[in-house]
Design a binder for this molecule. Structure first.
Ligand code: C2O
Length: 581
């Protein structure tokens, strides 16, 4: 009898556990199923914007500079209708979004779409799948992204939490670059002359240059903090052409993520971000309540190239700090000491600190072993060529290339349309897997190797192939730290180094345990980086240097990734409103 009772008791108990479990699982399911569809309207338009004492007719989104911040949860679908009321062609790129099966919404002009003409519109539709952290969006047409950009914040799914202490406040920090003239004209002039474009006149934080520039102090950005609280800063380098150091006086920063992937937390006093990169950091209000400068200025990895040597600032303000207007109170914020412009050692130490938060699965068998040189070049001018057009070094024109190919964008159809519709004559598929000639890439390169060939060359990848790319800087014209950005994918950065990559010795340095996952790698100046990814997203994906001056000169190539098997491995059909050329 007793044992029967206890069996009943056990059964009742397990029933209760089962019921509770069921409730728990369905609650979880509810949270997980809570993904939303968000609708947004972006109107690209000329807007008066006053900076550095002068008013410009600046191209903005919805009259805002920087543009609107998009806030989403992992799993959400974004539907953004972009209407072009400006006088330039425009496209918008969602930098870092994987765009699984939705390559038509990726945005690079003449790669995945024809531009949206003045008066036209296009609706970008995509779902965020498995990405959390900070990304951003920007124009991907000419140099419009100088002013057409904004933050794209992805929080965990509802009910999920950050893998770190929940911050009290979250502040996006967009670093930018400002010209005292129309950036489109700056680019056009350099294309006309073949010379390097003018450098910017200011850097900005959330659109404002800050106290150290003329006519700027009253608009300096204030970032609030309270004693004892820990806040999240989402730092984005949206500058056009300049890697930047970033520092806050007297405060340590704990890095917790980059390019919408979590990292093992590490503490640093200085960040370096290349254009395209994002870094999420925690900051604690552990200093005497006061005002502290947040400052950014150039990291210069080139030799003898002109650069903008100014410093942008914002102010970290403790809520309990003495009021600046009170008489007798010193209001000058504390200024941090930034690294020297050419402090590559600091950049290397910082970059080596990045590890994925958890162990990851890096492909170990490789199907596509690629080696791409990246760098500048010079085109010789034919005799009797009008010298106005050859104002680069010694009467040449600047160019740049990958594996000696200087990329030429099509102008009558996008590569993705031509690829999917089988239209010939738009691109070729002969982008080389290796440099056509082996040489001492980082040594004293012969002048005869300075001139690349031009072409719209793509590289085909079978669906699911496991890809490794060695990105090798060259010292042609000047070595430089190039931020290489791949669309449609995140990749693991498994090693970095200086000099020429040596497969015999450098393979030993590969981190296949917890390498950082990113969408933009800052390849060390006069050095190399090795990345790996699996080609599991069909489409046409551009890989390029995120210094806009270098894309304009051809530092780009395109991967064509086949469909796999079945619907889930096949790119969706093009949307009906895809702009036509
Ligand atoms: Cu953020 Cu192709 O760019």
């Amino acid at each position: 009898m007793e044992s029967l009772n206890s069996i009943f008791a056990t059964t009742r108990c397990s029933l209760l556990v089962l019921a509770l479990w069921f409730l728990f699982v369905s609650a979880l399911h509810c949270f997980a199923a809570d993904a939303k569809t968000q609708h947004h309207e972006f109107v690209v338009q000329a807007t008066p914007v006053k900076r550095l004492c002068k008013t410009h007719n600046t191209i903005t989104v919805n009259g805002q500079f920087p543009g609107p911040t998009l806030e989403a949860n992992n799993g959400d679908t974004l539907v953004v209708k972009v209407t072009n009321k400006a006088r330039y062609n425009v496209t918008i790129h969602w930098h870092g979004i994987r765009q699984f099966r939705t390559g038509w919404a990726d945005g690079p002009e003449f790669v995945t779409q024809c531009p949206i003409r003045p008066g036209g519109s296009y609706t970008y539709r995509f779902t965020i799948e498995g990405q959390e952290g900070t990304l951003w969006w920007h124009a991907h047409s000419s140099w419009l992204r100088a002013t057409v950009y904004g933050a794209l914040i992805i929080r965990p799914r509802e009910g999920d939490s950050y893998p770190f202490t929940k911050p009290k406040r979250e502040t996006p920090i967009l670093l930018g670059e400002w010209w005292d003239s129309n950036p489109i004209d700056v680019l056009r002039q350099s294309i006309r002359t073949g010379a390097a474009p003018n450098v910017s006149d200011a850097y900005t934080i959330n659109g404002q240059p800050g106290d150290l520039y003329n006519c700027s102090s009253k608009d300096t950005v204030i970032v609030p903090i309270d004693s004892g609280e820990t806040n999240l800063l989402r730092v984005i380098n949206s500058a056009l052409n300049q890697p930047l150091f970033f520092k806050i006086a007297n405060h340590k920063l704990t890095v917790v993520g980059a390019d919408a992937s979590y990292t093992k937390p590490f503490t640093t006093s200085v960040l370096m971000l290349s254009p395209g990169q994002t870094t999420d950091v925690l900051i604690t209000g552990d200093q005497p309540p006061s005002h502290y400068y947040i400052a950014a200025r150039a990291y210069v990895s080139t030799q003898n190239a002109p650069f903008d040597n100014t410093t942008t600032t914002a102010i970290l303000e403790y809520k309990s700090a003495p009021c600046p207007s009170k008489k007798g109170v010193s209001i000058k914020p504390v200024m941090p000491t930034l690294p020297a412009f050419n402090d590559t050692a600091t950049v290397t130490a910082f970059s080596k600190s990045f590890k994925s938060l958890n162990k990851v699965v890096v492909p170990t068998e490789i199907d596509e072993n690629l080696f791409f040189t990246i760098g500048l070049g010079l085109n010789n001018c034919p005799k009797n060529f009008r010298s106005r057009r050859c104002q680069g070094p010694n009467g040449t024109r600047f160019t740049s290339s990958m594996n000696n190919v200087s990329f030429v964008f099509p102008n009558n159809l996008s590569i993705l349309q031509a690829y999917k519709q089988g239209i010939p004559g738009v691109f070729t598929t002969d982008f080389p897997a290796n440099p056509p000639l082996k040489f001492d890439y980082t040594g004293n390169v012969s002048r005869s190797l300075f001139q690349p060939v031009r072409g719209t060359k793509c590289y085909k990848l079978r669906y699911g192939s496991r890809v490794q790319i060695v990105l090798q800087d060259t010292s042609i014209v000047t070595p430089e730290n190039h931020p290489i950005h791949l669309h449609g994918y995140d990749f693991y950065i498994i090693a970095e180094g200086f000099g020429n990559f040596n497969p015999n010795t450098d393979t030993k340095k590969f981190n296949l345990v917890d390498p950082p996952m990113r969408n933009t790698v800052a390849v060390p100046t006069n050095g190399w980086a090795v990345i790996r990814f699996i080609a599991d997203n069909p489409g046409a994906w551009i890989m390029h240097c995120h210094l806009d001056v270098h894309i304009s000169w051809g530092l780009a190539m395109v991967f064509l990734v086949d469909n796999g098997v079945g619907e889930m491995q096949t790119i969706e059909p093009p949307p009906a409103d895809l702009p036509i050329c």
